[in-house]
Ligand binder design. Structure first.
Ligand code: MLT
Length: 413
């Protein structure tokens, strides 16, 4: 008899964004005439920029020519892309990261999901709440939690992110081994400053813990005093791994390219206290389980670092940030207090009450899709996440529709 992984039935329900799609699909089936506007899943809408398309096309031509055809890509990525990343995303900001410390992959989602394989089953894990659900669900699948009860899994250490701490958690009093941080944050849009990030690095070094730092939304930072990388903080190279993606930066959600930085100085230990290089372990894992990312996609990603490419990709995040400003100011004016949207494409709005009920009512009354805050954790109850990834026209229209029904929504109808 084939038996299942006994941890899968512990998973609370369907993956958050699948549940959002399911409800939207059902609504569209019941109301085929409705023009649904999505401010739900963070999926980009602007096309790839001209420099990216040009590089992509040229690389496809190379693959179609016997002289320039290439087979398997290197497991951890082509040097041209790893070098461009090291120089532009790190060295240019004073973070001493070398190309060999960068591993190219198909997505930050899969890397943040897969990295937990490197760690022991009984480690103590700190998870912010609200949180991108992938961090939690993959640890559930791996058996690092107990059962789900009242919105939380037994065995995880939850870090409450609330209005009181500006949605940025501080290190816990208790000792933890693995810490997930995401800044600019998905879902709240909160950013972390140097002082508070340095407190985490100090904590991790003292505890011999590891920080998994998800910086997938870094291209939306406009306040230059904010750290763009955890490696701008002294000491972080001993205790942090960083995840980045071209998805939100350059419109690659459908093209797929990301990277993970595992510094060579970053260590983890076995039960006897023997140290292992996480760089070597991640390289071993990736070369066993991944055959790399296609050559044209890596050429397309590298084009974002050309002079033109930089201007074009900046224009993409500028566009979404302008949408975010509209959403935030309209929500504030309607009496829904918000954070985010200034260094992030996400706006986190306090709507009160049950957030799935708000989701259902907004969909029914205005055909507008948001993401319910409780889908990101217990502390998300009473909030919604609004994504600025859409056209200006549809964002404006969604906000007009929301304004028309906001009275009813606030009255709980
Ligand atoms: C989101 O909406 O949170 C993102 O699209 C999820 C992702 O990037 O996987």
């Amino acid at each position: 008899m084939i038996r299942i992984n006994p941890n899968y039935p512990k998973l609370s329900s369907s993956y958050l964004f699948s549940e959002v799609s399911r409800r939207v699909g059902q609504f569209k089936g019941d109301h085929p005439e409705a023009r649904v506007i999505s401010m739900g899943v963070g999926d980009v809408t602007l096309p790839l920029s001209p420099s990216v398309v040009k590089a992509f096309r040229l690389a496809v031509e190379e693959m179609g020519d016997a002289q320039t055809f290439r087979g398997y890509p290197p497991d951890l990525g082509y040097d041209f892309l790893r070098t461009a990343i090291a120089e532009n995303d790190f060295q240019a900001r004073g973070a001493d990261i070398s190309p060999e410390e960068i591993a190219i992959s198909d997505g930050a989602k899969s890397d943040t999901a897969n990295i937990q394989e490197l760690f022991a089953a009984d480690i103590r894990i700190a998870i912010p709440d609200p949180v991108y659900p992938v961090y939690v669900d993959t640890n559930v699948m791996a058996g690092r939690t107990g059962q789900y009860h009242d919105g939380r899994y037994a065995g995880l250490i939850y870090l409450d992110c609330t209005e009181d701490n500006q949605f940025v958690p501080d290190p816990p009093k208790s000792r933890v081994d693995l810490i997930y941080l995401c800044f600019p944050n998905n879902p709240t849009g909160a950013a972390i400053d140097r002082t508070r990030l340095a407190a985490w690095v100090d904590y991790a070094r003292a505890a011999k813990a590891l920080i998994l730092y998800d910086a997938a939304y870094v291209s939306f930072i406009r306040d230059d005093s904010l750290p763009h990388s955890i490696f701008e903080i002294p000491g972080a190279k001993e205790c942090a791994i960083e995840f980045r993606s071209f998805s939100k930066t350059a419109g690659f959600t459908g093209t797929r390219c990301a990277y993970t930085v595992v510094p060579k100085t970053c260590m983890a230990w076995d039960a006897q206290g023997k140290g292992y290089s996480l760089h070597a372990l991640w390289s071993r894992r990736q070369s066993t389980k991944l055959n790399g990312v296609s050559y044209p996609v890596q050429r397309a990603a590298a084009a974002t670092f050309s002079q033109e490419g930089k201007k074009e990709t900046r224009a993409l995040s500028d566009y979404y940030l302008a949408n975010a400003r509209i959403v935030r100011s309209r929500m504030d004016a309607l009496g829904f207090p918000c954070i985010g949207g200034d260094n992030s494409p996400y706006i986190w709005a306090r709507v009160g009450g049950d957030s799935w009920s708000f989701f259902d009512r907004l969909l029914k009354k205005a055909s507008v899709v948001i993401t319910p805050g409780s889908g990101f954790g217990l502390c998300g109850e009473g909030y919604i996440r609004m994504s600025a990834f859409n056209t200006r026209e549809l964002v404006e229209e969604a906000m007009e529709r929301l304004a028309l029904v906001s009275g009813e929504l606030q009255a709980g109808d």
